[in-house]
Design a protein around this ligand. Structure first.
Ligand code: GLU
Length: 491
């Protein structure tokens, strides 16, 4: 069997977005699954829209997702001469021709066709030129475009898409399309096909919006005598209102880097993206890398459009709740050592990293991460909600202060007593701390809940969190005692 070769060819006119990442992931998965290769090609021929910054951003996002490629990046702009040479070869082979019709002539013809309600296709005037006529026009220096000679008469381009099944396009519905502009620049439809031929691509896995080009590209392959790759077109990614997701309407929320910056674990995000329009028959949702490669098949890609449930204005879920729930799953269940580097990166970014966390305090650090992550969804939570554990400078939530401390006057007297008793403990364990607290509640006839919520607010500034006795161990005896004593000043 021939080696599978897939490609990811982004146009570098912006950041890598959700849809692009999903295409990259499907190509990568298919290559991994079949022991094939993934080629990265930057389609930068549109110089005005392409930028270095965008190329860097796309590559950075792919790396963050751990999408690896085997060849490239190649740059389409370096192969323009090759694209033009292919067009010349097509002319020589009689599969393409020079068209000297001017824009004005074409506009006029189109206008007439519109009036007559006939097809708005090029009428093939220059297809019928004799070689003398062509030489004369060339000698007169008339500019020309190059058009592909589409077969005429009955017949069609027929191919089997690996997602959508058989697709047929009648020759009569394809005009002799332009492959080189009058300024000598090749059209994208040509460049893309010529690059795929050179890169020996066997499977073109791309968005459904590429489908319009496919019959034309098959004609180009055929005319150049090149083997035709298999095609798999993927449904589009839409927002909940069924609009195409785009930078314009959704801003950064559709950019991969946004998720990196907002505390997503890269694999969790790949796992989420893989489920956009792809599923297994058992509707599983969590896949390790090996499992995903094993389970992946192009046949599992849905024909229905995928919905990316962006929630621009929802303060609770800033993005698709499913993306959050998958991230939460990984954040809470991976071996804690595996999320350690991500937590560290967040703390470093926030200036909260202490080198001791990887030195003498490492055991404490890992244990604390393990305790507090049980309530977290994204790694940035370690900086916001995790502040009282990793820093002395943390805010006290007004709600926690009001409800859990100030509302219960008695705490003012109880906190210092409790501080003394906890300080006296020789071994500071969750059991010992719990014992002290419960005993005190009984002795002073305080509802345990009031004491527990009060201590939590005093020690972490928060109204919610993991089990209090675990929290106390994570904060540590010395700091618990200090913070309880300090809490008296809140009254
Ligand atoms: N450069 C094209 C894009 O970014 C890729 C089209 C294709 O995969 O053939 O949309």
């Amino acid at each position: 069997m021939e080696e599978v070769r897939t490609r990811f060819p982004p146009s570098p006119s912006g950041y890598l977005h959700i849809g692009g990442a999903r295409t990259a992931i499907f190509n990568w998965l298919f290559a991994q699954k079949t022991g094939g290769k993934l080629i990265l090609r930057i389609e930068d021929t549109d110089a005005e829209r392409s930028s270095e910054e965008s190329i860097r951003g796309i590559i950075e996002s792919l790396k963050w997702l751990s999408i690896t490629w085997d060849e490239g990046p190649y740059f389409q702009s370096q192969f323009i001469n090759e694209h033009v040479a292919a067009a010349q070869k097509l002319i020589q082979l009689g599969h393409a021709y020079k068209c000297f019709c001017t824009k004005e002539e074409l506009d006029k013809k189109r206008e007439e066709a519109r009036k007559k309600k006939s097809a708005l296709q090029y009428d093939g005037t220059c297809r019928r030129l004799t070689s003398e006529e062509i030489s004369k026009k060339e000698a007169a220096g008339m500019p020309y475009t190059v058009r592909l000679k589409v077969p005429r008469g009955k017949g069609s381009v027929l191919f089997e898409d690996m997602v959508y099944g058989f697709i047929e396009k009648k020759y009569e519905d394809i005009e002799d399309f332009v492959i080189v502009r009058s300024n000598g620049r090749p059209l994208y439809v040509l460049s893309n096909a010529v690059d795929d031929i050179r890169d020996r691509i066997t499977h073109v896995i791309r968005g459904q919006d590429g489908l319009a080009n496919t019959p034309k590209q098959i004609l180009i392959y055929r005319a150049l005598g090149a083997p035709i790759p298999r095609f798999a077109h993927m449904s589009l990614t839409l927002d909940p209102k069924k609009a195409k997701i785009s930078k314009r309407t959704h801003g950064e929320l559709v950019a991969v880097h946004f998720y990196k910056e907002h505390g997503f674990l890269p694999w969790a995000f790949v796992n989420y993206l893989a489920l956009l329009g792809w599923s297994t028959s058992d509707s599983r949702e969590i896949f390790s890398k090996e499992d995903l490669i094993e389970a992946f098949s192009l046949e599992g890609i849905s024909r229905a459009n995928a919905i990316f449930d962006v929630r621009k204005d929802d303060p609770k879920f800033f993005t698709d709740p499913k993306a959050i729930s998958i991230n939460t799953h990984y954040l809470r269940n991976l071996p804690v050592e595996e999320i350690e580097p991500y937590v560290r990166a967040e703390l470093e970014k926030a200036g909260m990293w202490d080198p001791d966390f990887e030195g003498m305090k490492r055991d404490w650090f890992l244990h604390t991460v393990d305790v507090i992550r049980s309530r977290y969804h994204v790694t940035t939570d370690f900086v916001t909600l995790g502040r009282p554990y990793f820093s002395e400078d943390y805010p006290v939530e007004p709600k926690a202060l009001e409800k859990n401390i100030l509302k219960h006057e008695g705490l003012k007297a109880w906190f210092p007593i409790l501080a003394d008793r906890l300080e006296a403990l020789k071994t500071f364990t969750a059991e010992e701390a719990e014992h002290v607290i419960r005993e005190m509640a009984e002795e002073f006839e305080i509802k345990a809940g009031i004491l527990i919520n009060g201590i939590r607010a005093a020690v972490t500034g928060l109204a919610k969190g993991p089990g209090l006795f675990d929290v106390l161990i994570a904060v540590g005896q010395r700091r618990v005692v200090e913070r309880l004593r300090k809490a008296v000043t809140f009254f």
